[in-house]
Design a protein. Structure first.
Length: 90
């Protein structure tokens, strides 16, 4: 399955050491690109897993205009959800 990635230039839209470690551990070659002003806020009605999904999509949308043919962008976000709320809420 990972062999399919060889036909793309993989772009990691994150400076997260953990995400870099995960890709490197999979043997995936990648380039890091980050934008300084990506808004990571989210609508108050979102709950649980919908929050990082929303933020990841917002990040992908921010990068879309910068993408070149043959590139594959990886975006991600994480939260800690406990007892119906985000811990360390921004």
């Amino acid at each position: 399955m990972l062999d399919n990635l060889k036909s793309y230039k993989v772009i990691l839209a994150s400076n997260s050491p953990r995400r870099k470690e995960l890709l490197a551990g999979l043997g995936v070659s990648y380039e890091v690109r980050t934008l300084p002003d990506v808004d990571e806020s989210y609508p108050a009605h979102l709950q649980g897993a919908d929050i990082p999904l929303y933020i990841s999509r917002e990040k992908a949308d921010a990068y879309r205009a910068l993408m070149q043919p043959g590139e594959l962008m990886i975006t991600a976000d994480t939260i800690v959800w406990l007892d119906g709320e985000v811990l360390g809420n921004r």
